[in-house]
Write a protein that binds this ligand. Structure first.
Ligand code: ATP
Length: 251
């Protein structure tokens, strides 16, 4: 196993309030890691730290070490556009831009200056295929992405992230707004994608974590309580708090 992203002693403050209390975790390449825990425990906060989305919020202070390989994510020299290409993000609500499927998926490449139509065509097709939505949209690439179903929109958004070839994809409850069939399609897609990408996913759905995640991190009140192989965590967790949470005793 190869480590791809490592954080050490991460603290995050919203104003005076400390939301993360010294968080150490190491993510493995080509794995899916699930972040679980009760509402308000800091899952989204931690996820957003990984590609510096919290920088966009006023009054937020982050300390600690975040490294992708040797690169310090929080170094003053970090190019934010490059960082967010390397560490892409998919949100809870599908958020395609209000233009065509093609233009959504080509967006990142065009921003990067790619103009060659043949290259764009190839990447758009490959990304939509990787996101398992090509067959459903291939005859309507010029149609507005917002005219597709929620599940299709979410897979178009995944394709938009894949098109810029990220190393890591962050996902914040990407299926919670979707019906069970669309969710199952996304889960299948993620299992395929981990061959080429590393995925870190926040989920409230324990079955989803147990179905797709190689490792699971259980958080409580801004602390990492347990980080383990998913099978071990769900069958025989090391910590009593994990067991209580998984048994529905709180949260
Ligand atoms: N912008 C903000 N300003 C102040 N406090 C915030 C802000 N965002 C989150 N918090 C607080 O930080 C803590 C962690 O919130 P976060 O949204 O990361 O939790 P979560 O585990 O993702 O929750 P959920 O599962 O409900 O999405 C909570 O106490 C929350 O109220």
């Amino acid at each position: 196993m190869t480590s791809i992203l490592k954080t050490e002693n991460v603290h995050l403050y919203y104003g005076e309030k400390e939301a993360l209390h010294g968080f150490d975790i190491e993510f493995e390449q080509n794995e899916i890691t699930a972040l679980i825990g009760p509402s308000g425990c800091g899952k989204s906060t931690f996820l957003r730290c990984l590609n510096r989305m919290n920088d966009l919020r006023n009054n937020t202070t982050v300390t600690g070490s975040f490294k992708i390989g040797d690169q310090d994510i929080y170094a003053p020299t970090t190019d934010m556009t490059e960082l967010r290409k390397e560490i892409g993000m998919v949100f809870q609500q599908p958020n395609p831009f209000p233009f065509s499927v093609y233009d959504n998926v080509a967006y990142g490449l065009r921003i990067a200056g790619v103009k060659d139509k043949k290259v764009l065509d190839e990447v758009v097709e490959k990304s939509l295929k990787q996101a398992a939505v090509w067959d459903e949209v291939k005859d309507d690439l010029n149609k507005n992405a917002l005219s597709f179903s929620g599940g299709q929109q979410q897979r178009i958004c995944i394709a938009r992230v894949l098109a810029v070839k990220p190393k890591i994809i962050l996902m914040d409850e990407p299926t919670s707004a979707l019906d069970p069939i669309s969710s199952a399609k996304i889960e299948d897609t993620l299992l395929e994608l981990k061959k080429d990408f590393t995925i870190i996913i926040v989920t409230h759905n324990m079955q989803q974590a147990s179905r797709i995640a190689d490792k699971t991190a259980f958080m409580l009140n801004g602390d990492l309580i347990e980080y383990n192989k998913t099978s071990k965590m769900f069958l025989n967790p090391d910590k009593q708090q994990t067991s209580d949470y998984l048994n529905g005793e709180f949260g």
